[in-house]
Design a protein around this ligand. Structure first.
Ligand SMILES: [Zn+2]
Length: 267
């Protein structure tokens, strides 16, 4: 994908089947793609905090797993972009499939009674995850992974639109903000792949810190990290509304959205 004039560094020659547009080992000898690595922090720290809050609030474990799944993708992605080694690439790509399966489960089972397990959807998603993993380990074609991930995201989009159209229309803003942020990330991911040569030559003419803004794959991490986080909040809001809890959006430090949930007192 990227031109081969890249430097070598601490982790040696890349063995991953993908090498993104960011020039390798330019900022640090120890980090292959610096901006593509550090931009994963948004996908690691807020979801870990979200998982702790969700656990403390005594909410269903599926949401703790959703947050932890997103954090796992962030950690895998960090390792992948830092090393550009094939094993680390799998650590990024396979958790994307698994965590999105958890999101799909949450959103398709959101109108079921509390603390019930949907055995059939769990089996279905489990078989899907195992099949994708087995095929992808044999057939190392990144497009296969991208299409499978895209199919899961399409399931989420359809279900989200159904819910805000027919069930909880007041959740339209968070649904569409999450979706738009995610799609903007996807647009930048494509531009980074398709216009890599011109992005690289533009960067050479800019001061380093300004040039970092043109690292569109890093923006993909930031925007999909934020979009996925908002999606979990949206899903959690649907679920807690259905269970007659009182979901309340709060902003940490006045900026970062969190969902505070008060269980409804039964008397
Ligand atoms: Zn990435």
């Amino acid at each position: 994908m990227a031109p081969s004039a890249d430097r070598l560094g601490y982790w040696g020659r890349p063995t991953s089947t993908l090498d993104w547009c960011e020039e390798n080992y330019v900022v640090s000898f120890y980090i292959a793609e610096f901006w593509n690595t550090v931009s994963n922090l948004i996908m690691i720290l807020p979801p870990i905090y979200g998982a702790i809050r969700t656990y403390k609030d005594g909410l269903e474990f599926r949401y703790v797993y959703s947050f932890l799944g997103l954090a796992a993708v962030g950690i895998g992605s960090w390792c992948f972009h830092m090393t550009l080694q094939y094993e680390m690439q799998l650590l990024d790509e396979l958790p994307m499939i698994y965590s999105t399966c958890v999101f799909v489960y949450c959103l398709y089972e959101c109108f079921k009674q509390q603390n019930t397990l949907g055995v059939f959807p769990i089996m279905l998603l489990f078989i899907f995850s195992v099949s994708v993993s087995v095929v992808y380990l044999q057939w190392k074609e990144p497009v296969f992974h991208q299409v499978m991930y895209g199919a899961l995201v399409a399931c989420l989009v359809m279900r989200s639109i159904f819910i805000v159209t027919w069930v909880y229309p007041w959740l339209k803003p968070v649904c569409y903000i999450s979706l738009s942020v995610f799609l903007l990330g996807f647009l930048l991911w494509n531009i980074d792949n398709l216009a890599c040569d011109s992005l690289r030559s533009t960067r050479q003419r800019l001061p380093p810190v300004v040039g970092a803004v043109t690292q569109f794959h890093a923006w993909w991490h930031i925007l999909t990290g934020l979009g996925s986080y908002l999606h979990i909040l949206f899903s959690l809001q649907i679920r807690s509304t259905f269970l007659k809890h009182r979901p309340n959006v709060k902003f940490l430090c006045g900026v970062w959205p969190m969902l505070h949930i008060e269980a409804q007192k039964t008397s």
